[in-house]
Structure formats: structure tokens, C-alpha cells
Write a protein that binds this ligand. Structure first.
Ligand SMILES: *[C@@H]1O[C@H](CO)[C@@H](O)[C@H](O)[C@H]1NC(C)=O
Ligand SMILES: *[C@@H]1O[C@H](CO)[C@@H](O)[C@H](O)[C@H]1NC(C)=O
Ligand SMILES: *[C@@H]1O[C@H](CO)[C@@H](O)[C@H](O)[C@H]1NC(C)=O
Length: 355
């Protein structure tokens, strides 16, 4: 992929600003012309990579994140009765976790603990965006769990393994509460370290899997990781598997996005993006895995392939795939009110509550 090629985004990541209805659509059309004229102005910096509608990377190294920049404050959410707060886990890198508990939890009542890692191609979004804040408020209320939502340094400014390293640092911070004497009272009082789960969507699911492997190899002392939930995981490979798209432009896009996140990679058969070639796959450090895939998602077949290869690996746990038909990549975050998203939420909550 040459630096001058413009890529078409094939994951149909919805752009929340541009919906074909009414005034918003008209203003988006005007915006288009506005940017069109800016683009004709030769004093503007030259584009190196265009990953619209996610981000644009300029040749001078500047990055324009086109979405996922909104921030909502912590709250006692009146709709769900879920409380949240932000706590610094790495002052060295200025990184925070957003914690969630159901407000009605009784004193010293222990609840399953979920560590959630957000998606966005390793490049965009944050735990503070309304997309994730709303999703986790609803999940906490439905599943009656404690959640730690992890901020990590993002590519392309901070390429991999930063996001993996930061997530592991956050997990070690979480594990420092196992004896009830960590820095954060919500975890000391309410986290059940016998029932810990990891989850994430898209690139966050990739990281959640990687954390499961790392826990299998290095062990977070005192932490029993019961299960991992991967929503539309961002895994890939050089060769198309099963009914995966063979469209060269789409495959190029995914490969280019991966290389932006991890320029030192050996390519799309790197075990960090193609986990089935990892010789440690069977060491995954949990008992149960739930993989969600969406039929119209370019990454759908990879989710199935991961399921098949994990089963064949000799790993001793249970893995299940749930496919949502007629839906796109991370539809459940962008359209949480739809029936398919509600079904996905229910299935997820059951997974956290049934041993
Ligand atoms: C809090 O509310 C949730 C959802 O209604 C319920 O499942 C849970 O049992 C309640 N917890 C307490 C301690 O009342
Ligand atoms: C928790 O207690 C156990 C047993 O006393 C000890 O081995 C372990 O180091 C403690 N862990 C933390 C994080 O304090
Ligand atoms: C691809 O195969 C899977 C599993 O066999 C199937 O469920 C899915 O609907 C297929 N997807 C497409 C886009 O044909």
C-alpha cells in the first residue's frame, strides 16, 4: 500500500454525523463541499493515509481523528442507576480507567468483575466517549457486575505494543485489589476476583484475547479469569478464510490499518492480528469464550475461524460463536436500542452470571 493511495473504508463503521435524514444530511453535504474546497487549497498538509470515516494521517505526522472524540463525564446515570468514576492507573503515561458499579449494591456485596477494552482500530475512541459510556451503563445494570473500562495509548502516535502494554498495566492495577487492600474502594469492596471477565469490541476484542493469552502465560496473581467475550473481533490474515471477502481493496484497507497501528509488524500473519498462528493459543487463560460475529461485517468469517482453531488447539475450555444476521460491524454500539443489540446484551449478561 503506497502512501498516496486513498483507501475506501470497508467495515461500514457508521459515521454518526452523516445520516441520510433531514438537516443533518444537508449540513453534511455542505460540509463535504467545504472540505472539498479546503482539499483544493495546496497550502493544506498532504494526506498520507485516508481512513475515513475513522481518521486521516498527514505526511507531516499530524493525525485528524474524524470520530470518537466526544467525552461524557462520569455520573450517577438516572436511567440505569449505575454510578461511574475515573481513576488514574498509570500516572507515568497519564492513563485512566472508568469504573462502574450498580448504585444499589449492598455493603461488601461481591459482584463479577469485567475488564472492558474499547475498540476503534487501535486509533480512535476512548472509554469516555458516549458510545462506550452508554453501552457499559446498560451492561452493568443488566448483568449486575462491576466494570473497569480501560484507556490505552492509541496509534498511530503510540504504535503497538503500547495498547497491549497499557492494558496489561491496567490489569495488574486491578489485580492489586485481590486482598481488599488496593487503592480503589469500589474494587476492594465489590469485585469478586473468582469471577473476572475480559471483553472488548473490534480492536478491543483483539486486545482482550491478547490479555487472556498473557494471563495464561504469566498469571495475574489471585485473579480467576472465568471468561472472555469478543465482540466482532479485529483478527485478520494474509489469505482469505472460508467465505471471507477476497476483494483486494478491502483486504488492503484492513492490512494498511494494521500497519498504521504496528509499523514493525511482519504483516497480517503476525500472531497479534492472526491469533490462530500463535503457538500459545492453547494457553488462553480462561474457561469460557463467547465470540459475537455480525453477518455483514468483513471480519465475520475470522470470528468463526478463531472459534474453530481455538477448539482444535487443545485448549481445555468452551468456546461459542453467536452470529447476528443482517448486521454490520459493531452495530450494537451504534444502535443499542434495536432488537438484535438487546439480544446480544442479554446473551452477554447471561454469560457473566452463569458459571
Ligand atoms: C440491584 O438491581 C439489580 C437490577 O434490578 C438486581 O438484579 C440486584 O439484585 C439489585 N441488588 C441489590 C443488592 O438489591
Ligand atoms: C495477597 O495475599 C496473598 C496471601 O497472603 C499474598 O501472597 C499476595 O502477595 C497478596 N497480593 C497482593 C496483591 O497484595
Ligand atoms: C459465512 O459462513 C458462515 C458460517 O458458515 C455463515 O453463517 C455466514 O452467514 C456466511 N456469511 C456470508 C456473508 O455468506
Amino acid at each position: 500500500m503506497g502512501p498516496n493511495e486513498t483507501l475506501q473504508y470497508p467495515l461500514t463503521y457508521p459515521n454518526p454525523l452523516c445520516r441520510p435524514n433531514g438537516a443533518l444530511y444537508i449540513s453534511c453535504t455542505l460540509l463535504f463541499f467545504f472540505f472539498f474546497f479546503i482539499a483544493m487549497d495546496s497550502t493544506q498538509p498532504e494526506v498520507a493515509y485516508d481512513f475515513s470515516p475513522m481518521l486521516i494521517v498527514y505526511k507531516d505526522g499530524k493525525v485528524n481523528r474524524l470520530t470518537g472524540n466526544d467525552v461524557v463525564p462520569t455520573s450517577l446515570d438516572p436511567k440505569t442507576n449505575v454510578e461511574s468514576k475515573d481513576v488514574v492507573y498509570s500516572s507515568e503515561n497519564g492513563l485512566t480507567v472508568r469504573l462502574y458499579i450498580p448504585k444499589n449494591v449492598s455493603q461488601n456485596q461481591k459482584l463479577p468483575l469485567l475488564v472492558y477494552i474499547h475498540g476503534g482500530g487501535f486509533c480512535i475512541e476512548s472509554p469516555f466517549s458516549p458510545l462506550y459510556h452508554n453501552y457499559l451503563n446498560s451492561l452493568v445494570a443488566e448483568a449486575n457486575i462491576v466494570v473497569v473500562s480501560v484507556q490505552y495509548r492509541r496509534a498511530p502516535e503510540h504504535h503497538l505494543p503500547c495498547a497491549y502494554d497499557d492494558s496489561w498495566t491496567a490489569l495488574k492495577w486491578v489485580a492489586s485489589h485481590v486482598n481488599g487492600s488496593g487503592p480503589e474502594d469500589w474494587l476492594n469492596s465489590h469485585a469478586d476476583f473468582e469471577k473476572v471477565f475480559f471483553s472488548g469490541d473490534s480492536a478491543g476484542a483483539n486486545i482482550a484475547h491478547r490479555m487472556g493469552i498473557k494471563h495464561g502465560l504469566e498469571t495475574l496473581e489471585g485473579v480467576n479469569v472465568e471468561g472472555i467475550v469478543l465482540c466482532h473481533p479485529y483478527f485478520w490474515g494474509n489469505e482469505a478464510v472460508a467465505n471471507e471477502s477476497a476483494d483486494e481493496n478491502k483486504r488492503k484497507f484492513v492490512g494498511a490499518l494494521w500497519r498504521i497501528a504496528y509499523p514493525e509488524t511482519t504483516g497480517c500473519d503476525d500472531p497479534w492480528i492472526n491469533p490462530v498462528v500463535d503457538p500459545n493459543l492453547a494457553k488462553l487463560g480462561c474457561r469460557r469464550v463467547l465470540v459475537f460475529v455480525a453477518e455483514k461485517d468483513l471480519l465475520c468469517a475470522r470470528g468463526w475461524y478463531y472459534h474453530q482453531k481455538l477448539k482444535e488447539s487443545g485448549w481445555g475450555g468452551d468456546v461459542e460463536v453467536v452470529q447476528t444476521n443482517g448486521e454490520e460491524h459493531v452495530f450494537h454500539l451504534f444502535n443499542p436500542g434495536c432488537e438484535n443489540a438487546k439480544a446480544m446484551m442479554k446473551k452477554t449478561a447471561d454469560f457473566y452470571n452463569n458459571n
